[in-house]
Ligand binder design. Sequence first.
Ligand code: PXP
Length: 251
Amino acid sequence: MSYLRLGVNIDHVATIRNARGGAHPDPVRAARLAAEAGADGITAHLREDRRHISDADIERLTREIDLPLNFEMAATDEMLDIALRHKPHAACIVPEKREEVTTEGGLDAAGLHNHLTRYCDALKEAGIRVSLFIEADKRQIDAAVALGAPVVELHTGAYCEAEGEAARAAHLERLREAARYGAERGLEMHAGHGLSFDTVAPVAEIPEFHELNIGHFLIGEAIFSGLDSAIRRMRSLMDNARAGATGRVGA
Ligand code: PXP
């Protein structure tokens, strides 16, 4: 089975920094540490309201970090300009609402087709790999194909938050089917949102996934065990799952 990349989302290092202002803790230092701990990429979401990652963080991440940067952005002209200026390795288009606590659902790639075309085309033309953050839904996957996006990231939030075995299994099956459906149509499949030590293994076992993007849990876990240890443990759970072991905590 192919190698599963780990993208570490460092947004919430910036959340803690911004709670007090100043420069500590520095998300770029976290990105450097993530690289040493085995991350394959860094993900950062520059929100319209700048609640965590700042423009200066994006500038420093592209300049100072060797790992590929996955720049999460809303489909707005302001974010497109920033992406074109910094030319990150990848841009993941996400839905964004000011009042939400986190990215609550996937992008409506089908409904927003006309709006998204210009953004996808401009990013692709600049050599930035476009990805769309969508729900595990065939209609949205078809829309991503029609938009010419080479990558989609499936939202794993509903799976992670599902209460009870049956509900979780049903969400996992949706992810499995969508991953297969997208891969058959030539898309590179990624997944993320809400993943933890307890929920990562079944997703990592889905062979079509090439990359998982994980942030909030790792930054929270770093309080207890350190960021290096949290990332290494996540990396090993992913590797074990890929190798066919259960990889689940406590198993
Ligand atoms: N992938 C995307 C597209 C996201 O928007 C986020 C959250 O910013 C993540 C992955 C990471 O989610 P979490 O922080 O819950 O691990």
